[in-house]
Write a protein that binds this ligand. Structure first.
Ligand SMILES: [Fe+2]
Length: 498
């Protein structure tokens, strides 16, 4: 399974004729300021803050025509909402990669994370593109990509301030795109994998204080070098799901695709006590499956409960080649896994202690959100993106697997499931929760989500009552052009903005 590195003409300013670069998913590349978006309905007067989202928006045609969507350049959207008005701003993150390619007027970096496919002119420079998530911590707005270090942005102008390694405190070339903010302590709990900048088996852990000081640094050894995208954190434990989406340094020299699914291997779960640290690690044997994104987790004595989306396959929309050829991608389904820590093993085991598993909801979905003030403790409310064919047909397949056609509110107390269906040919992105205020009850607030209007080739941004999705949007913000499909976003209250 080798693939030659394809050279594009140095002057070819034309994107490939593939699903990742055409139609609704064609690169947008517009850096815009739209003052006062048109509004249908009324923006609730108590909303004051900024919604940020990170997208991949490819600046130059890739050097390899089969380039994947997640290899695009970071494009950040900001929607500043105040006094019933909404202003929109979009800016590329000026990564080193972006600046070098702009100066050369062509792509210089090759396949995702595989520097053997890069132009020799950029040897030794990472391909970090800051396109996956935006996090607000310690008064800093960070654009994240798990293959590289964060970039700091100005939270008002979105101007790029540069690479941010917490003042030199990270002993790592990478940093997760899914750090977790502890709502009680304000700490940023984070990890890094392949932190040497190439495949390796070490996982680094960081506790970072509310002011950005790394107060603890630990490491442990993974069963293999693999994609570690999301994870779970409770008040008492860290939970890692290892799945055989494998990376291998020797293979990188002949195979451009960085991750390859190897179904001959097992999945594993590691649970680490937060206070004791890696010395107390417990291992469980898992079904062959991949955690795509996590909802929330909590600890109850010796029990750990983890709610997350799990797919019984690798992430083939981005990394289609496996050790067994091309397999069928299974969609992620929300599951609750319950662990008994007293049964855990001291080292990874292929056939050892396992856990109880049940489905939270039957429809395929992903991109979950909870009220961030209730992260790490037992929560009642969750919101997810879903594909429910009882509500309407599936929007056209995109470059990121099956699209959603609705958002769903899961109430873990009443077990009620309430969908919001945005209409035909419309696909919602990850919902972000806006609390009504610091003292509001769990779930009391709004949900904001960008809706792709496929046939109209543009977007709406809906604001919903988070506990009454069935009532439809309170406000619909009309974006007069198309935003490229994004991954993860965040909400920053107005009083925290400069
Ligand atoms: Fe993610």
């Amino acid at each position: 399974m080798t693939d030659t590195i394809q050279e594009a003409s140095p002057s070819a300013m034309r994107f490939p004729d593939s699903v990742a670069f055409n139609g609704f998913f064609a690169p947008v590349r517009i850096e815009a300021d739209v003052y006062d978006l048109e509004v249908e309905g009324a923006i609730p007067a108590d909303i004051d803050g900024a919604f940020y989202r990170a997208a991949a928006d490819t600046q130059y045609p890739p050097s390899r025509k089969e380039d994947i969507y997640i290899n695009g350049d970071g494009m950040i959207t900001m929607v500043r909402i105040k006094d019933g008005h909404a202003d929109l701003r979009t800016r590329f993150v000026r990564t080193r990669r972006f600046e070098l390619e702009r100066a050369a007027r062509r792509s210089l970096f090759g396949a995702y994370r595989n520097y053997f496919t890069d132009d020799p002119a950029v040897a030794g420079i990472d391909d970090g593109n800051a396109n996956t998530a935006v996090v607000w911590h310690g008064g800093k707005l960070l654009a994240l990509k798990e293959a590289a270090l964060p970039y700091e942005l100005d939270p008002v102008t979105l101007e790029t301030r540069g690479i941010y390694d917490f003042g030199g405190q990270l002993s790592s070339r990478t940093f997760t795109a899914h750090p977790k903010i502890d709502p009680l302590t304000g700490e940023l709990i984070a990890f890094a994998y392949n932190s040497s900048g190439r495949p390796d088996n070490e996982i680094l852990l960081f506790d970072i204080s509310p002011s950005g000081v790394v107060t603890r640094r630990q490491s442990f050894t993974a069963p293999y070098s693999s994609m570690m995208h999301d994870w779970l954190v409770t008040r008492d434990h860290l939970i890692f799901t290892f799945s055989p989406m494998i990376s291998d340094y020797e293979r990188m020299k002949t195979e451009p695709q960085y991750f390859v699914w190897d179904p001959s291997l097992r999945s594993h779960v590691a649970i680490i006590p937060r206070r004791q640290g890696v010395g107390g690690i417990r291992w469980f044997s898992a079904e062959l499956a991949m955690e795509t994104h996590s909802l929330n987790a909590w600890s109850e004595g010796d029990r750990v409960i983890a709610d997350h989306f799990v797919a019984r396959s690798g992430w083939f929309s981005q990394f289609p080649k496996t050790t067994e050829g091309i397999l069928h991608e299974a969609p992620p389904i929300a599951h609750r896994w319950t662990f008994d820590l007293s049964e855990g093993a001291g080292a990874p085991v292929s056939d050892g202690p396992t856990y109880q598993s049940h489905r939270l909801y039957d429809c395929p979905g992903d991109m979950p959100r909870v009220d961030p003030r209730f992260l790490m403790s037992k929560n009642r409310h969750s919101w997810i993106g879903c594909l429910d064919l009882d509500l309407g047909p599936m929007p056209d397949f995109g470059p990121m697997g099956p699209p959603f056609n609705c958002l769903v509110h899961l109430d873990d107390e009443t077990k009620q499931r309430t969908p919001f269906f945005p209409g035909p040919d419309s696909a919602p992105e990850e919902p972000v929760f806006i609390p009504k205020g610091p003292d509001a009850a769990e779930g009391e607030g709004y949900l904001i989500s960008v809706i792709g209007r496929r046939k109209l080739n543009r977007n709406d941004i809906v604001i919903l009552d988070a506990l009454d999705l069935g009532a439809g949007p309170l406000a619909t913000l009309k974006v007069p052009f198309r935003l490229r499909y994004a991954f993860h976003g965040t909400w920053v209250p107005g009083e925290e903005l400069p």
